[in-house]
Design a protein around this ligand. Sequence first.
Ligand SMILES: *[C@@H]1O[C@H](CO)[C@@H](O)[C@H](O)[C@H]1NC(C)=O
Ligand SMILES: *[C@@H]1O[C@H](CO)[C@@H](O)[C@H](O)[C@H]1NC(C)=O
Ligand SMILES: *[C@@H]1O[C@H](CO)[C@@H](O)[C@H](O)[C@H]1NC(C)=O
Length: 265
Amino acid sequence: MTGLLQLLLLVYVTVASEPSCPACSKYDYEEKVLERMIRMEFAFENVLKENKAVSKTVEEDLTRIKEENTRLHATVDVLKDQQEQAERRLVSLMEEIERNQSSILEKIVSDSNTTLEQTIAAFNDMKDQIATPLVYFNAHFPQTTSLSTGEVIVYKTVETNQGSGYSATTGKFTAPERGLYLFFMHTCTSSTKYSYLQIVKDGSVLIRSVQYENNASTCSSSQVFVLLDVGETVWVQCSSGGLSRQLDESHSYRWTSFGGAIIRN
Ligand SMILES: *[C@@H]1O[C@H](CO)[C@@H](O)[C@H](O)[C@H]1NC(C)=O
Ligand SMILES: *[C@@H]1O[C@H](CO)[C@@H](O)[C@H](O)[C@H]1NC(C)=O
Ligand SMILES: *[C@@H]1O[C@H](CO)[C@@H](O)[C@H](O)[C@H]1NC(C)=O
């Protein structure tokens, strides 16, 4: 458009400044104007052509720039996608690491808990093995008028019987645990009576005692240590019987007793 205006201006200036030519033909001036107008038109066409060519180039350039822009946009979008994906991967990796760490921690805690529990259980086992179980008994009041040789003395009144080793029916103690035991018999006899007693383990004598009282009553005690396996039995028996053999007990002053306890297992 600017090109066209310039052209018109040029025509106007040219026409306006045309000098008069007295030597020329009557139409000389018009001819010249016409000629110039034709030249102008030609030049104008050229300018138009050039303009078209330029605008075509510009259009092509614009199109290229647009395409380039679109491509760039696409590339940027792809890059954005890739960045977002990378970020998502990073986040999920971090989450996984966190989960793994906490599951590793949980495993360590539960493993050490298991180890601790096993240690405690083993310790308790050892403690049970080391600890001496509670086994002891104490009975008295054998009911005798005379004694025969080999007779088992049955102490009828049971004061204590932890571990249930003693039987007031048979008079015998049966070891509920293996271990070292201490037994005692405390024996009282009245005036002019004898007692011939011994503590035996499954029939084997562990300790013997004899006692005779001439006037009033007396008591004496005997003790013995013995190692017992579970189920082995210990009792008191008469080693020499007869009518003068008699045990004495009066509730107020004298108890004729048999007792024992495990010392260690
Ligand atoms: C998380 O633990 C699983 C299973 O043990 C393992 O396969 C994975 O590689 C771990 N992930 C990381 C990020 O350490
Ligand atoms: C450890 O074990 C005890 C007993 O089984 C249980 O009560 C406790 O919850 C455990 N602790 C952990 C952290 O697993
Ligand atoms: C018994 O002892 C008392 C004194 O302790 C005495 O007086 C009495 O004579 C004694 N009896 C016999 C049978 O020895």
